[in-house]
Ligand binder design. Sequence first.
Ligand SMILES: Cc1cc2nc3c(=O)[nH]c(=O)nc-3n(C[C@H](O)[C@H](O)[C@H](O)COP(=O)(O)OP(=O)(O)OC[C@H]3O[C@@H](n4cnc5c(N)ncnc54)[C@H](O)[C@@H]3O)c2cc1C
Length: 279
Amino acid sequence: MATIKYFERPKTLEEAVALLQDRRGEAAVLGGGTSLTLRVPPAVDTLVDLSALGLTGIEDRGDSTAILACTTVAELAASRVFQDRYGGILARAADQVASAPLRNMITVGGNAFAVFPWSDLPSVFLALDASVVVTGRQQRVIPIGEFYAQHPRISLRAGELVTEVRVPKPVGRADGSFVKVTKTRFDYAALSVAVVCHFAGSQVQHCTVALGSVRPLPIRVSQAEEEIVGKAPTKEDIIRAAARASGAIDPSQDFRYSQDYRRQLIKVWVKRCLHEVLG
Ligand SMILES: Cc1cc2nc3c(=O)[nH]c(=O)nc-3n(C[C@H](O)[C@H](O)[C@H](O)COP(=O)(O)OP(=O)(O)OC[C@H]3O[C@@H](n4cnc5c(N)ncnc54)[C@H](O)[C@@H]3O)c2cc1C
């Protein structure tokens, strides 16, 4: 069991990075604390609280919009920008994370980094082609596919932390759909599906279909996207896309949901999400 000896609350990002680099492995970043405080890694004796860094809010970055890492999930859910953009899928997903008290604590940086099978935002970030800004000695902008190619715990270098998630602004008409399939409002997801389509006239120019909660990490299903891109998709294209999504992965199974049940859920909900976006 870990014993916390030091609680640091740096006022600048440079100070936070220096603390993390000086105390490699012994210092952990504290976001909202909703998972870290349940199990602090045994080697950790220092918490570096990010709450005084001013890393809160949503900022314009020209061709993208940045969500700063300490923005809470509740603040993201209330964001006008994300309620409007891409069918409001990011705000909708944020609004379905855990319970209201937890949404006031969970940070976007913590949710993006500490990705669990039940995490709701990562699949939406994948569908939105977001990128993650990490800051250490230098700043790196990591495309979301690369960020989730393995657990971010492995991709981040010692002393690096997530400082923002950037969501590209839509060029032309774009729409999205998100669903979190659960037994109750507060339950962990059996599946989440996020779909985004960019249109040129009636044709779909670009389509992303991302799934959450069916593998340890969120995943994009290019097999489904291929059925939709470059055409004005028909009902048959949508049915084919959903079937291919369902056949593309081996879903995880646990005491609540079998693999077959999750495959069936994917088929049904990818179809419904594509219908919502494509009409
Ligand atoms: C009962 C319960 C139910 C939940 N249900 C859901 C749910 O349905 N959907 C959902 O999406 N989430 C849910 N969560 C939240 C999820 O499991 C995580 O607890 C949460 O996303 C972590 O965010 P945090 O800001 O609290 O991070 P913390 O707990 O502070 O940190 C978690 C980890 O991330 C690291 N970290 C935090 N911020 C950063 C950063 N900026 N850069 C680098 N590393 C960082 C920490 O060092 C730690 O390793 C639930 C949590 C609880 C307790």
